[in-house]
Design a protein around this ligand. Structure first.
Ligand SMILES: [Zn+2]
Length: 167
């Protein structure tokens, strides 16, 4: 099983990103570590919750297209934030909190950053993921005392033994 991350609206760019199920867990781990560190606005918090809860239920079906993100008229700032999350992740932010070495994800992170950079967002009227201008429920933003990550719907992903190595 694999998860496919796409950018269909981009006319140029490196194409799609395919990640194995294990690779997808790592991808969302490092994006959550970076995103929880810098998210401030409701839209930013909602994006980071997508990563925090990512690949927790739909194993092998958790890829998405960049056009599915609920971009608003403020999309230039929103795209900048997503690029910043990727940049912070690429610095290895918070990786010491992981029980495994995620460094093999760096190439895929860099490739995804290229995809995002080449992607032209269009504001989305109605999204399957709701209106990200509304603040998330406070309970979703509660932070795990051990890992400082959002609990989200599914609980802290670094505390979830089903997606973390046992060692
Ligand atoms: Zn935790």
């Amino acid at each position: 099983m694999a998860n496919r991350f796409t950018a269909y609206a981009a006319t140029t760019g490196p194409g799609d990103l395919y990640l194995s199920n294990g690779g997808t867990d790592v991808f969302f781990d490092v994006l959550t570590l970076a995103g929880c560190h810098i998210a401030e606005t409701p839209w930013q918090q909602n994006l980071v919750l997508l990563f925090a809860d990512g690949h927790r239920y739909g194993r092998g079906f958790s890829g998405f297209d960049l056009s599915e993100i609920p971009w608003t008229a403020d999309w230039p700032a929103e795209k900048s934030f997503l690029l910043r999350v990727l940049d912070v992740a690429l610095t290895g932010h918070g990786w010491h909190r992981l029980r495994y070495d995620p460094s093999h994800i760096a190439g895929q992170l860099a490739r995804y950053r290229e995809m995002v950079a080449a992607f032209p967002p269009v504001p989305v009227e109605v999204s399957q993921w709701g209106d990200w201008r509304s603040a998330p429920a406070p309970a979703l933003l509660t932070r795990c005392p051990e890992h400082d990550l959002y609990e989200g719907e599914a609980g802290c992903r670094l505390c979830d033994p089903s997606i973390q190595p046992n060692t």
